[in-house]
Design a protein around this ligand. Structure first.
Ligand SMILES: Cc1cc2nc3c(=O)[nH]c(=O)nc-3n(C[C@H](O)[C@H](O)[C@H](O)COP(=O)(O)OP(=O)(O)OC[C@H]3O[C@@H](n4cnc5c(N)ncnc54)[C@H](O)[C@@H]3O)c2cc1C
Length: 123
């Protein structure tokens, strides 16, 4: 049986989010993959940031985990600099801080527990 491929939203553009998005492609997932996060920059290596970028040993581009063209080649829609303000699980929608709503068939939360901590605080 085959299924029409749907949209996967990956929330969080850190290492976990990036690896999730690229693994979907290496495992031949053919649907839309949207990688959304509040970071302004492309996913980068944290250890290299502290140890090499700040020491001037590597450039900002060299600490990026993937170059911009990678996302285009793999058809991973990168949505940087956007905070997910709310998740509407009933309607399967992620509500962004610019008012946009992104619909998902599957959602991966790779935000280093930021949302769960917020939910804990609010309860
Ligand atoms: C300076 C530094 C040095 C480090 N050095 C090492 C090391 O040497 N060795 C090691 O093993 N680990 C190291 N780490 C830790 C390592 O970087 C983390 O374990 C790893 O990055 C975790 O990846 P992650 O994708 O789970 O989380 P993160 O990298 O934290 O990614 C989560 C992403 O989700 C985004 N996000 C959260 N909430 C929302 C929201 N509501 N809407 C949109 N986006 C959201 C955040 O902006 C973030 O970009 C270091 C970390 C730092 C900061």
């Amino acid at each position: 049986m085959t299924h029409a491929a749907g949209t996967v939203i990956v929330l969080g553009t850190g290492l976990a989010g990036l690896r999730t998005a690229e693994t979907l492609r290496t495992q031949d997932y053919e649907g839309r993959v949207i990688l959304v996060g509040e970071a302004k920059h492309l996913p980068y290596e944290h250890p290299a940031l502290s140890e090499e970028l700040l020491a001037g040993k590597r450039s900002a581009e060299q600490v990026m985990l993937r170059k911009p063209e990678f996302f285009e080649q793999e058809q991973i829609e990168l949505v940087p600099d956007r905070r997910v303000e709310q998740l509407d699980a009933e309607r399967c929608l992620a509500l962004l801080d610019d008012g946009r709503e992104l619909g998902w068939d599957a959602l991966v939360i790779a935000d280093a527990l930021a949302l769960s901590e917020e939910l804990d605080r609010d309860s």
